[in-house]
Design a protein around this ligand. Structure first.
Ligand code: KG4
Ligand code: ZN
Length: 363
């Protein structure tokens, strides 16, 4: 890990989606990270009735709790603002209302306390979390699977990302969420589908494995979701046994499709780093918490000469510790950032990646 001449302490703020987060991390001179506090307030209850996230409700909920969360994070860490080296705040991508709440709050504290405010890409937060938890630093291959994003990237260095694959339609977490909604399982869908899949028969329904065998490491999940809808409507009304089997079949189809796409990306990555004997695969984002997916990725990693690194479940989902850590990694490297930055609903990690052929409006 990159060393620094003094330890640095960062306040992280996360408000890009439906989780309000405030955290304090310390990055020691040896480059090791310590979480001093990490508070996440989920808005699940506010959005539950709608079966998905309502942007305005999300923004209002961030306003109502962010100041108190920051107070609590500071108190839990046992520090005052004078101890901070900088503030790191998610500036995108995400829901613009929520991003504005976080960025304005960060700028206000920064102005009053004379602290630098570093705009952090939410995806970079997920991408670098393994540095905080396991000391794993770039280069590595990254599978980023969350509710809004599904990508495979070569992480060359902090701030240097090359996209090798992306989804052409839905994000993987979105596919889990829509499947759960269809089956009446509640929100967010990923953990529900995972729970119901336990003990189900994954071979009962022959669902497609989208994009398998394609030369580029792109994904697609909307066809799979529709195939599941068809199977479910054929056997309606659904009994618990049917729901368990549908969830298990969905999970298996997803796991096999994702493994195939990751394998394709591994080949491309090994060509980029042909002089190495072993390579690293990192899985991050909310869906990386899925145990079947982790097991499949672990088997694949062993087969291809990679080691697999996944953050603990508590840091797979959205949180502010990962934002603080990404900010710290930028801070110690003196990477440039815009002082008058604004929030960005769209902010790709690899700004040079071309639009994937066949990608729909959301991809
Ligand atoms: O990274 P994240 O917390 O928020 C975004 O940035 O999107 O990811 C949330 C997504 C949701 O779609 C949720 O259903 C999914 O991650 N998820 C899971 C699991 N836990 C969360 N998907 C599958 N299996 C899980 N265990
Ligand atoms: Zn996320």
């Amino acid at each position: 890990m990159l060393k620094s001449d003094r330890p640095i302490t960062i306040l992280g703020i996360e408000t890009s989606c439906d989780e309000t987060g405030a955290a304090i991390i310390e990055r020691g001179q040896d480059g090791r990270g310590t979480i001093l506090s990490n508070i996440v307030r989920s808005q699940l209850r506010e959005h539950e009735a709608f079966g998905g996230i309502v942007p305005e409700i999300a923004a209002r909920a961030h306003i109502e709790s962010l100041d108190r969360l920051i107070d609590s994070a500071m108190a839990d860490a046992g520090i005052g603002f004078q101890t901070l080296s900088a503030i790191a705040v998610t500036a995108g991508p995400g829901l613009i209302g929520g991003l504005l709440v976080g960025t304005v709050t960060a700028k206000a504290i920064g102005m009053v306390r004379g602290l630098p405010v570093i705009p952090v890409n939410h995806l970079e937060g997920h991408a670098l979390t393994v540095g905080l938890t396991e000391n794993v630093e770039p280069p590595y291959l990254l599978l980023l699977v969350s509710g809004g994003h599904t990508q495979i990237l070569a992480v060359h260095d902090v701030g240097d990302y090359q996209r090798l694959g992306t989804t052409l339609d839905d994000a993987l977490g979105e596919a889990f969420d829509k499947t759960a909604k269809l089956l009446g399982l509640g929100f967010p869908g990923g953990p529900q589908v995972e729970r119901w899949a336990q003990g189900g028969n994954p071979r009962r329904f022959a669902l497609p494995r989208p994009m398998m065998g394609r030369p580029e490491a792109h994904f697609s999940f909307s066809g799979l979701k529709n195939a599941l809808r068809l199977e479910a409507s054929k056997i309606a009304p659904l009994h618990d046994r049917d729901i368990r089997d549908l969830c298990a079949s969905f999970e298996l189809a997803v796991t096999e499709a994702v493994s195939d796409r990751v394998k394709t990306a591994m080949n491309a990555y090994q060509n980029l780093h042909a002089n190495r004997k072993s390579w690293r695969l990192v899985a991050a984002g909310g869906v990386a918490a899925n145990r079947k997916l982790q097991t499949a990725l672990s088997d694949l990693a062993t087969e291809k000469g990679f080691t697999l690194h996944v953050p603990p479940v508590s840091l797979c989902g959205d949180n502010a510790a990962m934002i603080a850590w990404a900010g710290a990694e930028h801070f110690v490297r003196n990477l440039p950032y815009e002082r008058g930055f604004s929030a960005r609903a769209r902010w790709p990690l690899d700004g040079n990646a071309p639009r994937a052929i066949g990608a729909g409006v959301k991809a």
